[in-house]
Design a protein around this ligand. Sequence first.
Ligand SMILES: [Zn+2]
Length: 220
Amino acid sequence: MWPKKVKEDALVSCRRKCCVCHMFCGRNIELHHIVMESKGGESTFDNCIPLCFNCHAEAGHYNNDHPKGTKYSSAELRRHRDNWYRTVQQLDLADHKWEANENKQPKEVYEDQVVTLKGFVWREAFPGPPNYDSFDTDRIETYWMLILPEPICLFANSFETEETIKIENIKKLQLCVDPEFYSSSKEIIRTDVELTGKLFMSITGHHHGDANFDIRGQHA
Ligand SMILES: [Zn+2]
């Protein structure tokens, strides 16, 4: 019998996936003694390898008197186990890093501060010249917008008085990009991306987002 702690540690280390074939097993996972108990193998974490039913049968049943196929050696099983535990550990680390980055989005941004923001790139059409008024009479202009998952607020200075203005509830940023960016970065449309740049205020009637996000010079 495996001690409770050994069992738990092994099952967590492999994420209940077989150490040889990497299949997710759920309840159908078994703990195998790498060195068999009959040969003095102990019920320790080091001597334990979680396996699916198939791999367990394969690893356990080999008839030396009637050799067929290729035997699983203890050293090999141990390496499979160590490789798989290491992979799971790396996956866990990557998950945590992703979660940490998720919450990294700044909530308050100052004009001209270089910030990195995550969002969804949305291409939006507006009436353009000559009257910027109607899709029927004007040419269509399209802009790329960055839709933020959570609203942010921007601190900017008033053009006239230098007074600090707080613009709240900013969700949609109009991207200011180099002309080449439209053709070189088409693949980011309708995807989640992370862009670096500087925010500046929208001028009503001129800009289409809650604020502008100037990413010129920040992206190759
Ligand atoms: Zn397996």
